[in-house]
Design a binder for this molecule. Structure first.
Ligand code: SF4
Length: 224
């Protein structure tokens, strides 16, 4: 049986975070996440309630955040890209928590079509994808869902992008890097909000540790 994915939205924009900041990208947002971050800005993706299942044509017409989702196969996703006439050649698979699912068939098919692929994950589920896929792990430590950060995810990561608002978040990241002996990956600190305090803490900590700052550029320039 063809593998399918529950999808909350698909849209073309610029990547606003991490190493690919500024890169024209098609975002594929998967439905479902049990991690439970209190400050999550995509809580509408947490559950796939049957009453919010909609046809693909309605998914494309969606405006703003909503709990509605559609089921698409790999072939249908690629067909949809062609129909929509997307020009971006970089695909970001996000969520929700995309690594609840095996993303290998999707990323493989996209790469066969000439796209580059990227996954954004919380590091709490095993990362299943192609070797060529760029994996961004944004470790979500001690969240309500009770999922630990996995060594496999930290090892597979091409970049670590850590949300930060307090000194405790910085300490959490240092503990993780130490625990998993991460020494060879690019580390980004990303203020959880656009509040000055979080940004100032991130800047100071980046300078102290030779990490990079990621500031969610899309939120500053008002794009999705
Ligand atoms: Fe939200 Fe991501 Fe946390 Fe899930 S892992 S609760 S989608 S921020």
């Amino acid at each position: 049986m063809a593998i399918t994915y529950k999808i909350n939205e698909i849209f073309e924009t610029l990547q606003g975070e991490g190493s690919f900041t500024g890169q024209p990208s098609v975002f594929v947002r998967l439905q479902e996440c049990p991690v439970g971050c209190s400050w999550c800005d995509t809580k509408h993706t947490w559950e796939a309630k049957p009453e919010f299942s909609i046809p693909v044509k309605d998914l494309l017409a969606k405006k703003g955040d909503s709990e509605h989702w559609s089921v698409l196969s790999v072939e249908e996703i690629i067909q949809l890209f062609n129909q929509q006439g997307y020009q971006a050649k970089h695909i970001v698979i996000t969520g929700g928590e995309p690594c609840m699912f095996d993303l290998t068939p999707l990323c493989h098919a996209l790469e066969q079509q000439g796209y580059s692929t990227q996954i954004e994950t919380s590091g709490t589920f095993e990362v299943k994808t192609t070797d060529a896929c760029w994996v961004t792990v944004s470790p979500k430590v001690n969240m309500r869902g009770g999922y630990p950060i996995l060594a496999q995810a930290m090892e597979r990561a091409n970049e670590i992008k850590h949300p930060v608002a307090t000194e405790q978040h910085v300490d959490d990241l240092k503990s993780l890097l130490n625990e998993f002996k991460v020494t060879d990956k690019q580390v980004y600190l990303q203020p959880i909000s656009q509040k000055q305090r979080a940004t100032e803490l991130a800047i100071k900590t980046c300078i102290e540790n030779d990490w990079r700052l990621s500031v969610q550029v899309h939120k500053y320039i008002g794009i999705e």
